[in-house]
Design a protein around this ligand. Structure first.
Ligand code: ASP
Length: 317
C-alpha cells in the first residue's frame, strides 16, 4: 500500500490509518539508524530543500539527516544569508527553489497557513515543519511513535498535555493525532493559556495539576511560547513554575509507570526541573532519536514509497 499524499501539511486532515502507516514505516527506518552503515538508497537522485524562515535546532537537523540517510541531496536555506532580507516574497523564493528541480520542500514559517499556501502555488511536495501556532505534524508523529514504542499502544492511553496550549502548534497537532487514535487527552495549565473552549477539540480541560498528573500515563510538557504572545499571560515565570512546573516531588505523585515527554527546547526550572528532565522516566532524548526515523518515513512515503505490510496473524482453523 502506498500513502497517496503529495504533501504533509497538517494532522487534522489525516485519517487514523494514515497515521498508523507512518508509524509502521518509521519502525522499519529506526533500524537503519542502529546499523554500522546508516544509509539506504531510497531517495537517491532526489533533491530536498529545507526552507526554515523561523529558528529551529532539532527539526531542521532531523530533516537534514533524514534526507541524507535516504541518500537524497539536501539544501539548507538560511534566512539570514538570503534575498529574504532584500524583500523577496515567500512565493518568489519558493518558486526559485522549485526551479532548481527540487522534489520536496520542507518549510517552517511564523505564519499559520504558509505551507498550505505553498502547496497551492508550487508543483513540488510540501512538508510543514511548523507554521506559527497552527500545526507541527512531524512532532506529533514522533510523539505518538514514542508513546506506542514505550507503552505498546495509543488507544485508551491517558495523556496530559501541560503548559502553553493556546500558542502551541505542538499541542494542536498532538491533540488531533491522539484523538484520532482514541487516546484520552487532558489539557492542563493556567486558564489564560488553557481556556475551557479547547474542549471543542475533543479533550478535557482542567486547571487542577495534581489530578491531571495523578491519572496520566504520559505527561507531555510544553514551553511557554513567549515569541507568539502579545501580552503577558501570567504574573511571572517563578509563579508559573510554582503552580505548573513539574518538580521531582510532582513526578513522584505520578503513576510509577508514567513517562515524561517534552518537544524541546526545554526551559529548565520553568516547566520542568532538571532532575525530572534527566530522570529515568523522561523519554525526551528518545523523542529526538525517533524523530529521525519518523521524518525518514515521511520523506519516503511522500516520495511514493510503500508502507511495509504487517505480518498476517494465522488462525488455527
Ligand atoms: N520545537 C517546538 C516547535 O517548534 C516546540 C517549541 O518551540 O516549544 O514548536
Amino acid at each position: 500500500m502506498s500513502w497517496n499524499r503529495q504533501h504533509l501539511l497538517d494532522i487534522q486532515s489525516l485519517r487514523a490509518d494514515e497515521l498508523t502507516a507512518v508509524l509502521d514505516t518509521a519502525e522499519t527506518f529506526k533500524g537503519v539508524g542502529q546499523r554500522d552503515v546508516k544509509k539506504v538508497p531510497a531517495l537517491r537522485g532526489k533533491t530536498i530543500i529545507n526552507l526554515f524562515i523561523e529558528p529551529s535546532t532539532r527539526t531542521r537537523i532531523s530533516f537534514e539527516l533524514a534526507a541524507q540517510r535516504l541518500s537524497a541531496d539536501v539544501i539548507n536555506f538560511s534566512m539570514e544569508a538570503s534575498s529574504f532580507r532584500k524583500g523577496e516574497t515567500l512565493k518568489d523564493t519558493a518558486k526559485n527553489l522549485e526551479a532548481l528541480n527540487a522534489d520536496i520542500l520542507i518549510i517552517r514559517h511564523r505564519s499559520a497557513g504558509a505551507p498550505h499556501f505553498l502547496s497551492r502555488v508550487l508543483d513540488v511536495s510540501v512538508i510543514n515543519a511548523g507554521d506559527g501556532a497552527h500545526e507541527h505534524p512531524t512532532q506529533a508523529l514522533l510523539d505518538i511513535f514514542t508513546m506506542r514504542e514505550k507503552l505498546g499502544r495509543i488507544e485508551g492511553l491517558k495523556v496530559t498535555i501541560l503548559g502553553d496550549i493556546l500558542f502551541s502548534r505542538v499541542a494542536r497537532s498532538l491533540i488531533w493525532a491522539l484523538t484520532k487514535l482514541n487516546a484520552e487527552v487532558t489539557l492542563c495549565g493556567p486558564p489564560t493559556l488553557v481556556p475551557q473552549r479547547l474542549e471543542a477539540l475533543g479533550c478535557r480541560v482542567t486547571h487542577d495539576l495534581e489530578a491531571a498528573l495523578a491519572e496520566a500515563d504520559i505527561v507531555n510538557l510544553l514551553r511557554i511560547q513567549h515569541e507568539r504572545q502579545q501580552q503577558t499571560m501570567f504574573p511571572s515565570l517563578g509563579e508559573y513554575s510554582k503552580l505548573f512546573g513539574v518538580s521531582i516531588d510532582r513526578l513522584n505523585q505520578m503513576k510509577p509507570s508514567a513517562i515524561i515527554m517534552h518537544p524541546g527546547p526545554m526551559n529548565r526550572g520553568v516547566e520542568i526541573d532538571t532532575e525530572v528532565a534527566e530522570s529515568e522516566r523522561s523519554v525526551i532524548l528518545d523523542q529526538v532519536t525517533n524523530g529521525l526515523a519518523v521524518r525518514m518515513a515521511v520523506l519516503y512515503l511522500i516520495n511514493g514509497g510503500q508502507v511495509p505490510t504487517q505480518p498476517e496473524t494465522t488462525s488455527s482453523n
